[in-house]
Design a protein around this ligand. Structure first.
Ligand code: NCD
Length: 316
């Protein structure tokens, strides 16, 4: 089983065979997570610290559960309420925690590149749980696992990623992963919500849902990331929903068996129709949450194996 990394900082550094290794292992953890009898001891004796500098419910809970289900000692720090408020820098906070010898550091931060910076300063394995607009690797991996289980493959699919691409680390990590696995990626968004130079990522770009969803196997909706917007990117939520919100009528342009995804938290009636989001025949949103725990278990398992095999060696 090859996974030659000390950290999981982004999809960009992963090879296709490493992505497959991780997803295969995650598949095994899905059944293990459904079994309520006792916990695995894969991470027993290891300490996992979750440092979330941004509000998070599902991702933090998912990492916490994943660690606990594998027997790690898990500690979640409420970073907003802690030393950061007293003016300490990210690096000083990290060095302080590093001195307590954790094995796995899970970090979410509003600044792009924060996880990479941390990884250079600490001895433990760092997992990026979302850094600014940059990457959110475990989200793309859990989306990939959901797609693979539903569609039976993770290549030669047409995936439409719709909405606020410009501010989304989920979109970026998904584009990288789906492109590496040889899928056709179509971005559907108003021009104001697309980053410049996005065509260089090997994607198709559309400004219209009818055209963008045509023959799609997967329709992935994104939240409007208002906290990262510094101006008016859309005329109004009503107008946005009318043009880009996913409802049954727009979904009819995709393939008959197309699945609907959303990383959450979703805004019903802004980016997606509430009834469609709850339609278990089309929407896999709850399944994505379940796959999240399994993917995080697999990621921490692989990193822990490398830590145990090569405790001092610095890998990519
Ligand atoms: C995403 C994130 O934080 O980037 N959410 C998540 O991880 N569940 C997407 C979002 O906030 O819209």
């Amino acid at each position: 089983m090859r996974f030659d990394h000390r950290h999981l900082l982004g999809i960009a550094a992963l090879r296709p065979d490493e992505i497959v290794t991780l997803l295969d292992l995650a598949d095994r953890y899905v059944s293990q997570s459904r079994d309520t009898r006792g916990h695995a001891q894969t991470l027993s004796g290891l300490t996992q610290i979750n440092m979330f500098f941004e509000n998070s419910t599902r991702t933090q809970a998912s990492f916490e559960l994943a660690g606990k289900r594998m027997g790690a000692d898990v500690m979640s720090m409420a970073m907003q309420a802690s030393s950061i408020k007293k003016g300490e820098t990210l690096i000083d906070t990290a060095l302080t925690l590093n001195a307590m010898h954790p094995d796995l550091l899970v970090v979410r931060h509003p600044h792009s590149g924060a996880a990479d910076l941390l990884a250079q300063k600490v001895n433990c394995a760092v997992i990026n749980a979302g850094d600014g607009r940059h990457e959110h690797p475990t989200q793309a991996l859990l989306d990939a696992l959901t797609i693979r289980r539903r569609k039976g493959r993770l290549h030669r699919l047409t995936v439409a990623i719709c909405g606020d691409i410009a501010h989304s680390r989920v979109a970026r990590s998904n584009i990288l992963l789906l492109h590496k696995m040889e899928n056709r990626v179509r971005l559907v968004a108003p021009p104001t919500l697309l980053p410049s130079g996005i065509e260089d990522f090997g994607v198709e770009v559309c400004h219209d849902m009818t055209e963008g969803l045509k023959d799609a196997d997967v329709v992935m909706m994104l939240r409007l990331q208002r906290e990262r917007m510094d101006g008016g990117f859309i005329p109004s939520e009503r107008e946005y929903y009318h043009r880009y919100g996913l409802d049954a009528e727009k979904l009819a342009h995709a393939k008959d068996d197309a699945i609907v995804m959303h990383p959450g938290p979703m805004n019903r009636g802004v980016e997606i129709d509430g009834t469609l989001a709850d339609d278990i025949n089309r929407s896999v949103i709850q399944e994505q949450v379940e796959m999240g725990v399994a993917v995080r278990m697999a990621a921490m398992d692989l990193l822990a194996r490398n830590l145990r095999a090569r405790p001092s060696e610095i890998m990519a």
